[in-house]
Design a protein around this ligand. Structure first.
Ligand SMILES: NC(=O)c1ccc[n+]([C@@H]2O[C@H](COP(=O)([O-])OP(=O)(O)OC[C@H]3O[C@@H](n4cnc5c(N)ncnc54)[C@H](OP(=O)(O)O)[C@@H]3O)[C@@H](O)[C@H]2O)c1
Length: 281
């Protein structure tokens, strides 16, 4: 089949809404000369990418199997069934004490952060295997630094980490690389302005509600890495043939060292001041 992508290498990225990591990755891969399939669950959030040559915009909700199937059909038709890079970037956050979390909300988070990634990977894997390509999963420092009030986000990213490393072993015999990006903080829309976290009336964590809102607002990310800088480093790694784990973003390198050498109680003291836990005892 003749490819419409003119023999360029190709990459598909999930979650490319304006202002986020996915959008910055799309722009950076485009600058490096790849054909980019930029996807998001809402096309209107990718309007800023519309005019770029060699960028195809596709609607893709990672929790909707029909949406994933439609996307793979378009990519297959345009590339002749080949994709060099798949970037599983979509993700959501959930700030709430573990004991107060509605289980349905936690399941929805896992539907995006873990199961969506699994579904997209399974559907696109034949195209990646066809090129001996690379799958990149965006995980988080949350895998290792489990901030209070983010129990299910932390758990979903730990699951992404375990899934990615296992997949790496299982795809190695087919020449496919799998990269897990342990991302430090990046200034994006994942941090949203909220006045307060809606705790249940009988919550025993009310005294820390201000600090919880601070986490949702991204109080800790002020001055952290811009998406474009983060994307440049990750794309450099990926195009240089990285496999396994890479640590990128603000605090990623120091966090890696701390995680390796410090005992848990020291890590807790150093990393979670201002969480509001001290107000509860
Ligand atoms: N920013 C950080 O400091 C940081 C740190 C570590 C890891 N990460 C990870 O980096 C990734 C990108 O996040 P970001 O910081 O760039 O946040 P973001 O700006 O909120 O981007 C998240 C993207 O995921 C999309 N998404 C949410 N639900 C989806 C679904 N059902 N189907 C398809 N896409 C969906 C969002 O779409 P909508 O715009 O429609 O919601 C958005 O495009 C996430 O996996 C996040 O966990 C971020």
């Amino acid at each position: 089949m003749t490819s419409e992508t003119n023999f360029l290498q190709s990459v598909l990225i999930t979650g490319c809404s304006s202002g986020g990591i996915g959008s910055a990755l799309a722009e950076t891969f485009h600058e490096r000369g790849l054909h980019v399939f930029a996807t998001a669950r809402s096309m209107s959030k990718m309007a800023h990418l519309e005019k770029l040559p060699n960028v195809t915009l596709l609607e893709l909700d990672v929790t909707d199997s029909k949406s994933i199937e439609s996307a793979v059909e378009v990519v297959t038709a345009k590339t002749g069934g080949k994709l060099n890079y798949l970037i599983n970037n979509s993700g959501q956050s959930l700030v709430m004490p573990a004991l107060d979390t509605n289980i349905e909300d936690a399941k929805k988070l896992f539907d995006v952060n873990l199961w969506g990634m699994v579904a997209v990977t399974q559907t696109f894997s034949p195209l990646i295997i066809a090129t001996k390509g690379t799958i990149v999963n965006v995980a988080s420092l949350a895998t290792f630094f489990r901030s209070p009030w983010l129990a299910f986000y932390n758990a979903s990213k730990a699951a992404v980490d375990a899934y990615g490393h296992t997949l790496r072993l299982e795809l190695a015999p087919f020449g496919v690389k799998v990269v897990t990006v342990t991302a430090g903080t990046v200034q994006t829309n994942i941090f949203r302005p909220v006045e307060e976290v809606p705790l249940p009336p009988d919550s025993m964590y009310k005294a820390a509600s201000k600090e919880m809102a601070g986490i949702a607002n991204g109080r800790f990310v002020q001055g952290s890495m811009a998406p474009a800088e983060f994307a440049k480093r990750v794309v450099d790694d990926v195009l240089s043939g990285a496999t396994g784990m890479i640590w990128r973003g603000t605090m990623a390198t120091i966090a890696r060292i701390m995680y390796t050498i410090l005992p848990t109680w020291v890590m807790d003291r150093l990393t979670f001041p201002g969480s509001g836990l001290d107000k509860l005892s």
